[in-house]
Design a protein around this ligand. Structure first.
Ligand SMILES: [Zn+2]
Length: 390
């Protein structure tokens, strides 16, 4: 099974990347080959698998066999432990210049495995302006064996100077059937549940997998989709808003706790907590500073996770009203709100398409307000009131 079998429903992209990996291998053999580039930009809507495609390409570049999927190198890329793969994702809401500079320095080194040094930059659109400048310099004058893989929702979200130096790879939202097939083949999910999850996730593979395999995530989504039917009064709207925010916070807190403790533990070990003798006082001072640093980063990440969880909630809600609108205007699209068709039909029957459009607008406005740091409860309350209105 090739590393590209993870890239679902993107045949053209896979063909292009395989061709480039072949050209890269030819370059390593000292042949002249066209088709390999030092900077790539993977774009596509959330869930289209930008970083999955980028990682498959990284595996293909680093594998002696073009991305066989089963050699030690391929396994290391999959596990994120390959010494020549630098995986970068923002700890907080953005990449700072300090983080980017140290990355650029590391990327300038030679690959330890003798093939390529690959830097995979997730959410490159989150680079601050200064960070983008540091990145630009590295891409302008690349080390001979370094390959930059940037991922972003769309090319427009990067500064032109970076964008123009990258080769663009555009992914599309994979069809539900293709996503369901992967869940069944790879994760052993029952075909019916796989298709329902794929539709619910609207082509977002990671989300579909979670809905199909994590009962808690499926339960949370059910709760969100039950909200529209309950929005019958101002009081109900405010209660629903509070419940939505609380549930998103609980979800974020669970993942935060999972990530935080091992990091603190690793740091304590690194500074030899509990050891005695010379140098301990110095180590303790150093460890206090590092611990403060870590806590600041964890706090920033917690904020991002909370925002991401709430954003997923809003997207689920938006998909419910999108289904309502599809029924109202007679669009023959597949419904995302599996398990809630009855509520979708009921609302479609007793409201006008104009009202549905207004409600979807209220959800999108709420997302925008969260993006600019409006207090979550305030923004969600306002949205819930707009959803409850006529
Ligand atoms: Zn391999």
């Amino acid at each position: 099974m090739s590393v590209f079998s993870d890239v679902v429903g993107q045949d053209a992209v896979v063909a292009e990347l395989q061709q480039a990996a072949g050209a890269a291998a030819a370059v390593l053999r000292g042949e002249r080959a066209a088709g390999m580039t030092h900077a790539w930009l993977f774009v596509g809507p959330p869930g289209s698998g930008r970083s999955v495609a980028a990682r498959a390409f990284a595996a293909a570049l680093l594998c002696p066999d073009g991305g066989c999927g089963h050699c030690p190198s391929c396994h290391q890329v999959h596990a994120g432990t390959h010494p020549d793969l630098l995986l970068v994702r923002p700890d907080g809401l953005s990449y700072g210049v300090k983080q980017t500079r140290s990355l650029v320095m590391r990327a300038a080194g030679a690959p330890s495995g003798g093939r390529w040094q690959v830097v995979l930059f997730e959410d490159a659109d989150r680079a601050t302006e200064q960070a983008a400048n540091a990145l630009l310099k590295a891409i302008e004058e690349p080390a001979p064996r370094t390959v930059w893989l940037l991922c972003a929702p769309s090319a427009e979200e990067l500064v032109t100077t970076i964008r123009s130096r990258c080769r663009l790879v555009t992914l599309r939202t994979p069809p539900s059937a293709a996503v369901a097939e992967v869940l069944t083949a790879r994760d052993g999910v029952d075909p019916g549940r796989a298709l329902a999850a794929a539709r619910a996730a609207q082509g977002h593979i990671g989300r579909a997998r979670r809905l199909a395999t994590d009962d808690e995530a499926a339960r949370r989504r059910d709760e969100v989709l039950a909200v529209p039917a309950r929005l019958t009064s101002v009081g109900a709207a405010l209660a629903a808003a509070a419940a939505l925010v609380k549930s998103a916070e609980a979800e974020a807190a669970a993942s935060t706790a999972q990530l935080d403790e091992p990091e603190r533990e690793a740091l304590r070990r690194a500074f030899g907590e509990g050891s005695t003798g010379k140098g301990v006082a110095k180590a303790v001072r150093g460890s206090a500073g590092a611990m403060n640093d870590l806590e600041a980063r964890q706090k920033s990440r917690a904020t991002r996770l909370k925002r991401d969880a709430l954003d997923r909630t809003l997207l689920d809600l938006a998909s419910f009203y999108r289904d309502v609108l599809a029924l109202q205007v007679g669009a023959g699209v597949e419904l995302a709100s599996s398990g809630h068709e009855q509520q979708v039909r009921a609302l479609a029957g007793r409201s006008a398409p104009e009202a549905t459009v207004r409600r979807i607008g209220a959800i999108l406005a709420c997302r925008d307000r969260l993006e600019v740091n409006v207090a979550p409860l305030l923004a969600v309350e306002e949205m819930a009131l707009a959803l409850a209105g006529n």
